[in-house]
Design a protein around this ligand. Structure first.
Ligand SMILES: *[C@@H]1O[C@H](CO)[C@@H](O)[C@H](O)[C@H]1NC(C)=O
Ligand SMILES: *[C@@H]1O[C@H](CO)[C@@H](O)[C@H](O)[C@H]1NC(C)=O
Ligand SMILES: *[C@@H]1O[C@H](CO)[C@@H](O)[C@H](O)[C@H]1NC(C)=O
Ligand SMILES: *[C@@H]1O[C@H](CO)[C@@H](O)[C@H](O)[C@H]1NC(C)=O
Ligand SMILES: *[C@@H]1O[C@H](CO)[C@@H](O)[C@H](O)[C@H]1NC(C)=O
Ligand SMILES: *[C@@H]1O[C@H](CO)[C@@H](O)[C@H](O)[C@H]1NC(C)=O
Ligand SMILES: *[C@@H]1O[C@H](CO)[C@@H](O)[C@H](O)[C@H]1NC(C)=O
Length: 674
């Protein structure tokens, strides 16, 4: 008898193929045990032993999909009008925090069973950065979104939206329902909620309604109501199902029951027949007090106390700083605990180096087995942190094969941790000076130079906004497995610029790479990056630091190269350790280009686009004498009036470089004062 009732409840009507469009199914007592009608799962989605559809399981940055296994006919062959359909389901989102969650759930109609190429986190496993918004997707979705992603113009961090081919919702509203008046709902409350999605093929009307599980019949006023013809979106046959993704917080997404009907009203789910969600942790405590207390001996009591102390200590050990405004950066945010495990507790053995901004450790992410480098940067003030994190988040979206990929960050009290791709061959400076164990031959150096130039061009001109690196130098260039040069550490200098009094702006960068106008005005520009790139070219070609303290006199590399050039033997400046196996034209090009980029007049420096063209021999380097001529014609009040304009162009150029050195000396004073 009981079996019979349950069979009735799970009634599943699949009409003859001729009327296959009138599909009608209901999963009311769990998703298990349907011969031939098991949902088609991918990613980390699973059906629990109790029959719940668990789209994601406490794992970060993962996708989960579940689709009704058979294709669903949405149009007939005679005309191209999409049929009406109706569906309702019960879902719950369980997060480790009661106020934070990691992304949401979407009901989806898609041309394929599963959405290949879709990404987790903010893409909800529906789309990716390149196909988002494209009309060729043929995807309709209703998102239950728990994070505000400004890139998709999300209205808040708790909304319901209608998505057509992309994540910029066509219509969205804060989660809630009408019951006399509007009542808010929290999607991440962990409680079960009902959702109804209906499409009227005649009126071309989409309606979405949401309510707590206790509200058994659909509220009469829908939350979303949109006039939209789905006919061009839906193909003749489509797949229906759910999609969900996690970001960087542990969250589980459940679908508890689901009902669907083509050309008719889907049956409502009966709450009492639905499989039970796991109880929310915390209820167990009352058990301890009812049964436990009388039994607790002193020993047990001590055990509990020490356990609590352990938990507190552990909590403190892994404590992080997480503020509301950071939620939108979900995918970029790592947990401290994860980084701690990845680096085996930041042990000294894994120390890769100590840079200007902090120590760098090697690690292995336990979940994805990705090798990473974690930089610990100490920061005292919270000032400017919001802007900086916004910048990290945007930097995290930079993709170029000559940039070290920033994977994300984590914040603790007084400390910021930045997570990068691990570069097996370390930083370039190790191969250049201070008696390197391994040196690079000329073709390797030239490849690194060209790579870094193209990375910097990408930052300056090819990305959606101009990014100024601010600290181009050999020690910020890392070598990947194929010895390609990759720029790292961009934007970090910015952290130290933020929040400082504009009157006393101090310059961040490295002595010897700082353009004179940068030390003077405190403003970093693409030209100041080009200046630093010039110093970088010279150090790679000469194997020397831009400034070398030697006895009482500093040796300024650019002056020395200039003097070689002045003696008509610029090749003499090259690093002797490259031996005789080099292309003279290339070495000469790099040295001259280094001088050109080191020009004290920003306007005389080439742009990175020109630099890339010169290096590729797509354009001829201007004669250096031309550079001298044009610069002697400048009327720079900035030269403090001590330049002698009657000098011949060559000595004028020479003067410019020693002038440059005087700025270097001045910035040495500035930095000495810090
Ligand atoms: C459906 O899933 C159940 C377990 O939930 C399994 O025993 C059964 O073999 C599956 N059937 C098919 C056709 O995959
Ligand atoms: C989540 O599911 C995946 C794949 O089913 C499994 O490998 C992993 O261990 C699960 N993680 C947890 C925390 O249950
Ligand atoms: C298309 O077919 C549907 C049902 O088969 C019908 O209701 C509708 O009027 C038709 N539309 C056109 C434009 O013929
Ligand atoms: C969906 O329909 C469009 C246009 O009718 C077609 O180009 C596309 O290939 C179809 N997609 C699939 C997966 O069938
Ligand atoms: C985005 O997804 C599409 C399939 O929808 C896939 O063809 C494409 O390769 C993906 N792009 C990226 C960058 O992953
Ligand atoms: C949309 O996707 C198609 C096929 O993947 C592609 O050819 C087209 O360029 C894309 N359109 C846009 C605007 O990205
Ligand atoms: C409902 O949420 C909105 C923000 O989404 C808030 O402004 C409003 O005060 C909330 N109302 C109630 C009754 O909690």
């Amino acid at each position: 008898m009981f079996v019979k009732v349950s069979v009735l409840l799970v009634l599943l009507v699949l009409l003859a193929p001729a009327e296959a469009q009138d599909l009608n199914f209901i999963y009311n007592d769990g998703f298990t045990g349907r011969s031939g009608l098991n949902l088609s799962l991918d990613g980390i989605a699973e059906i629990t032993p109790t029959g719940l559809l668990k789209l994601t399981n406490d794992t970060k940055l993962k996708s989960g999909h579940a689709f009704y296994p058979n294709p669903v006919t949405f149009k007939n062959s005679e005309n191209d009008t999409a049929f009406s359909f109706s569906t309702n389901f019960v879902f719950a989102i369980r997060s480790e925090y009661t106020t934070l969650s990691a992304h949401g759930i979407a009901f989806v109609i898609a041309p394929t069973r599963g959405l290949p190429g879709a990404l987790p986190s903010q893409y909800l496993s529906l789309f990716n950065g390149s196909n988002n918004g494209n009309f060729s997707n043929h995807v309709f979705a209703v998102e239950l979104d728990t994070i505000q992603n400004t890139e998709f113009s999300d209205i808040n961090e708790n909304h319901v939206g209608i998505d057509i081919n992309g994540l910029h919702s066509v219509q969205a509203a804060p989660a809630g329902y009408f019951d006399g008046q509007f009542k808010n709902l929290s999607l991440i409350s962990g409680k079960e909620m009902r959702v109804w999605v209906e499409y009227d093929g005649t009126k071309k009307q989409i309606e979405v309604t949401i309510a707590p599980i206790a509200v058994a019949t659909k509220p009469t006023t829908p939350l979303l109501s949109l006039k939209y013809d789905l006919s061009p979106i839906l193909n003749k046959t489509m797949y229906v199902g759910f999609s969900s993704s996690t970001g960087s917080l542990f969250t589980s997404h459940y679908v508890v029951g689901w009902s669907f009907r083509m050309n008719g009203q889907a049956q409502d789910l009966i709450a009492s027949k639905l499989p039970k969600l796991p109880s929310i942790a915390g209820k167990k405590r009352s058990m301890l007090f009812t049964f436990g207390v009388p039994l607790i001996s002193v020993n047990l009591f001590l055990l509990v106390v020490s356990g609590v102390l352990y938990v507190i200590r552990r909590k403190r050990k892994f404590a992080e700083v997480l503020e509301d405004w950071e939620l939108e950066y979900g995918p970029q945010r790592f947990k401290y605990k994860e980084l701690y495990i990845a680096t085996k507790g930041f042990r000294e053995k894994g120390l890769l180096g100590t840079g200007g901004f902090g120590k760098v450790y090697r690690g292995l992410l336990p979940s994805s087995k990705i090798e990473i480098a974690v930089k610990r940067v100490s920061h005292e003030s919270r000032q400017g942190m919001k802007e900086f994190v916004a910048e990290i988040a945007s930097i995290g979206r930079l993709r170029h094969r000559n940039l070290v990929q920033l994977l994300g960050y984590c914040r603790r009290k007084g400390e910021l941790l930045l997570v990068y791709d691990y570069m097996p061959n370390g930083s370039l400076d190790k191969y250049l000076y201070d008696q390197p164990q391994v040196t690079l031959n000329w073709s390797q150096r030239f490849k690194v130079i060209k790579g870094v130039a193209s990375g910097l061009l990408y930052l300056h001109e090819e990305w959606e906004q101009v990014v100024i690196h601010r600290d181009v130098k050999a020690s910020n260039v890392l070598l990947d497995g194929e010895m390609n040069g990759r720029l790292g550490d961009f934007g970090l200098a910015r952290l130290y610029d933020h929040g400082t009094d504009p009157q006393t702006t101090h310059i961040v960068g490295t002595l010897g790479y700082l353009a004179p106008e940068h030390t003077r005005t405190g403003r970093a520009t693409t030209s100041t990056d080009v200046f630093a790139f010039g110093a970088f070219l010279l150090e790679v070609a000469c194997g020397k630091r831009p400034i070398k303290t030697q006895g009482p006199e500093d040796v300024i590399l650019v002056d020395w190269v200039f003097s070689c050039w002045n003696r008509s033997n610029i090749l003499e400046a090259r690093d002797q350790s490259i031996g005789m196996d080099f292309v003279a034209e290339e070495v000469e090009l790099v040295l001259k280009l280094g001088l050109l980029c080191s020009h004290s007049e920003p306007a005389a420096r080439p742009s990175m686009r020109q630099v890339v063209q010169y290096l590729a021999s797509d354009a001829a380097l201007p004669e250096v004498s031309l550079l001298g001529l044009s610069s002697s014609g400048l009327t720079g009040g900035h030269r403090d009036g001590f330049d002698d304009y009657t000098l011949s162009y060559q000595s004028s150029l020479g003067n410019k470089f020693s002038h440059h050195s005087s700025y270097v000396a001045e910035s040495a004073l500035l930095s000495g004062g810090r």
